[in-house]
Design a protein around this ligand. Structure first.
Ligand code: AMP
Ligand code: ZN
Length: 664
């Protein structure tokens, strides 16, 4: 086959499978097969730059840097939407429409109001040519390269589309993905992101499109904008757009009366918590395009649409005090202690304040009456202060200057919002925090010791570092209050078992700032042992994929510190793994096979099994789909997982069989 044809075929194939996977949610090939196709295309395109195509699927991986985003004027202004909050508001809207349209077949198309960032995308001859943010509505930023990395947005259309048109949609991050991102950040010692919406908006404005490609951005499209609109209704427009390959939400309703609309609103007001993304209301649009044209726009809004905003859950209460938590990295987080109040069915006693800037922005005084709100986050936040209710002699909240535990002066980098206590070796919550991290499930997974036990041991001077755990003696543990013989045995057993934990997790457990699970895995794979890693310079570290300046500096600093080196020596002495285990690791043995683990196992913890799968070239999945190869089932395997596995005809194996697989 000639090369050009082969490239074109590969592109079409990959576009098709991307759509099947991300938009239709019904993949036809495995991730592995997909990667093979993509790699083939990358190689061919590199060899033949003459066939460059800005909309090739290879462009999705990003890599282009935008120093400044070019400001582009919108061909059609991006209006905002008028808001409504009640049945009366809806009736008023309907009467305004009826003044201009006195036709019986008027209907309304109701959609979810996605809470993300709006985007305007232009397609020409079926190719994505430009994507621009809303900006001030008149002009916005050209973020084409970044938008191209979003898999739910087609780069090339299918079917019978107009030559040129624009389409609008909302870019967002799903709640589950958001949780995962924050989890990963916390385990890297980073501040969690505030909310999905700001994170989506920040991601879209990153300069490096490769970074954007790694953010779990998604997009729903909801409006075609074009002069020669062939389709007569909003409903048809969206139907056709779906056929061209756009991701269109399936939650909508065509309504003939205000009663119908109210029903849809009530339904989603109750159901919105079950969605994996945030919505802040419902958008009601006149369905017939010709009526939309008659109604036109005010200076700010279309007259043919209105948003119905859900009430956010808010409550008023008193700010009693502020406490400052110190994390294991020394990061200081202020927390507001509130007079308990009922909000959305739960009693709220605390609200997060994030950092000093947040406190200043709110202009908080002690004992203020504050308004708290619950959004997508679990901990509510303070959104406003009732200044009128403020007592005249109350005092402004001053951010602390010294660590509340060790009294050392706090530091703050200009580029960060967070304050830090840098006295890491003798600040109590940092010491216990590091040990607690060390024993946690994803690190050394030491059964038998809990967070409180660590605090108890520390207060009684039994430990001042994680390496001390392995030098505890039975007598002193038994002397601690509440400690029974059996509990002490469990502790020693847990410690003994932890000596089997693989190097990459030991590395993660050390608690090097910015070295989360993934980074630890990469470092272990690349450098094989701690001794080798200790010898590496900053320059050698940043050569490694995914290791940037910040991580490299942090690793060099950590491994150059004599206290840390002493601890590592002690841990080596007791037999923790400080190099990768070459006997069981045969990278390709599982050959990209996918596994789901469920139940309780006799000889290994689930984390251990996961590492084994990973180290031997398999992949861990969290839920069963047609793409799963094996269900690794232990005792008390989840019945729904078992049923799903049977439905998909997936091979079910036990622990013994799995270990045999590795040994053969
Ligand atoms: P607002 O920002 O509150 O004035 O609301 C207008 C914004 O709602 C638009 O700019 C869109 O970004 C957003 N939006 C979310 N979902 C939809 C939808 N289904 N139809 C129209 N606009 C929507
Ligand atoms: Zn301190």
């Amino acid at each position: 086959m000639n090369v050009e044809k082969e490239i074109l075929n590969l592109r079409a194939e990959i576009h098709k499978h991307t759509h099947l996977y991300y938009v239709d949610d019904s993949p036809e090939i495995s991730d592995y097969e997909f990667d093979v196709l993509l790699n083939k295309l990358i190689i061919l395109e590199n060899k033949h730059p003459e066939f460059y195509d800005p909309n090739s699927p290879t462009q999705r991986v990003g890599g282009k840097i935008s120093k400044n985003f070019v400001n582009v004027k919108h061909e059609y202004p991006m209006y905002s939407l008028d808001n409504s909050y009640s049945r009366t508001d809806l009736n008023d809207f309907h009467s305004r429409v009826l003044k201009k349209i006195s036709n019986e077949n008027l209907s309304y198309f109701c959609e979810l109001k996605f809470d993300g960032v709006s985007i305007n995308i232009t397609y020409e001859n079926g190719y994505l040519v430009r994507a621009v943010t809303r900006g001030d509505g008149v002009s916005g930023d050209d973020v084409t390269e970044n938008v191209k990395t979003i898999k739910t947005i087609p780069l090339k259309l299918k079917g019978d589309f107009p030559d040129k048109f624009q389409i609008r949609g909302e870019i967002f991050i799903g709640l589950n993905d958001f949780k995962k991102m924050n989890h990963e950040r916390s385990s890297n010692g980073l501040e969690p992101y505030m909310n999905p919406r700001n994170t989506a908006s920040g991601s879209l404005k990153l300069q490096d499109s490769y970074e954007v490609s790694r953010r779990p951005l998604q997009c729903f499209l909801y409006q075609i904008v074009s002069d020669d609109n062939n389709y007569s209704t909003q409903e048809d427009n969206l139907k056709f757009a779906r056929n061209w390959g756009f991701n269109i939400s399936k939650s909508f309703k065509l309504c003939n009366t205000i009663d119908d609309i109210s029903e849809f609103i009530d339904y989603w007001d109750k159901k919105r918590n079950s969605l994996d993304f945030e919505i802040d209301g419902i958008v009601i649009k006149v369905n017939q395009i010709k009526y939309q044209q008659i109604l036109g726009f005010t200076s700010k809004y279309p007259r043919w649409a209105i948003a119905y905003k859900f009430k956010t859950m808010q409550a008023q209460t008193l700010l009693n005090s502020i406490t400052y938590q110190v994390g294991r990295t020394g990061a200081i987080t202020p927390v507001a202690n509130l007079e308990p109040v009922l909000l959305g069915g739960t009693i709220v006693k605390r609200a997060s304040l994030h950092n000093e800037d947040q406190i200043n922005k709110l202009d908080l005084y002690l004992h203020d009456t504050v308004i708290i709100e619950k959004g997508g986050e679990i901990i509510p936040k303070i959104v406003d202060v009732e200044i009128k209710k403020r007592d005249f002699n109350s005092v402004k909240v001053q951010f602390i200057q010294n660590c509340p535990y060790c009294l050392s002066l706090l530091k703050k980098n200009k580029s960060e919002a967070q304050h830090y206590c840098v006295n890491s070796f003798s600040c109590p919550p940092q010491i216990t925090g590091r040990i607690q991290h060390f024993i946690s499930r994803k690190a050394m997974d030491i059964n038998g010791i809990g967070k409180e036990t660590i605090e108890l041991m520390f207060e009684n001077n039994l430990i001042s570092n994680y390496s001390d755990l392995y030098f505890l003696n039975k007598e002193s543990l038994l002397n601690l209050n509440r400690m029974a013989e059996k509990s002490v045995e469990n502790i020693f057993e847990g410690l003994e078992n932890s000596k089997k934990v693989p190097f990459e997790r030991v590395l993660f457990a050390l608690g090097i700032r910015y070295v989360g699970q993934t980074v630890a895995k990469n470092l272990a794979k690349k450098f094989k042992s701690i001794d080798n890693l200790i010898l590496k310079s900053y320059d050698e570290l940043i050569e490694v994929d995914e290791i940037g300046d910040r991580i490299a500096r942090s690793v060099v600093k950590f491994l150059g510190d004599s206290n840390n080196l002493k601890n590592i020596e002690k841990l080596k002495m007791v037999g923790l793994k400080f190099e990768i285990d070459s006997t069981i690791i045969r990278k390709s043995i599982l050959n990209n096979k996918t596994f789901v683990i469920s139940g309780v196992f006799e000889d290994h913890s689930r984390e251990e099994l996961k590492s084994l799968i990973d180290q031997n070239g398999g992949k861990n999945l969290s839920s069963i789909s047609s793409k799963t190869n094996f269900l690794l089932a232990g005792d008390k395997v989840g019945p729904s997982k078992l049923k799903k596995a049977k439905d998909f005809d997936i091979t079910i194996i036990d622990e013994k069989y799995f270990i045999e697989m590795l040994n053969n």
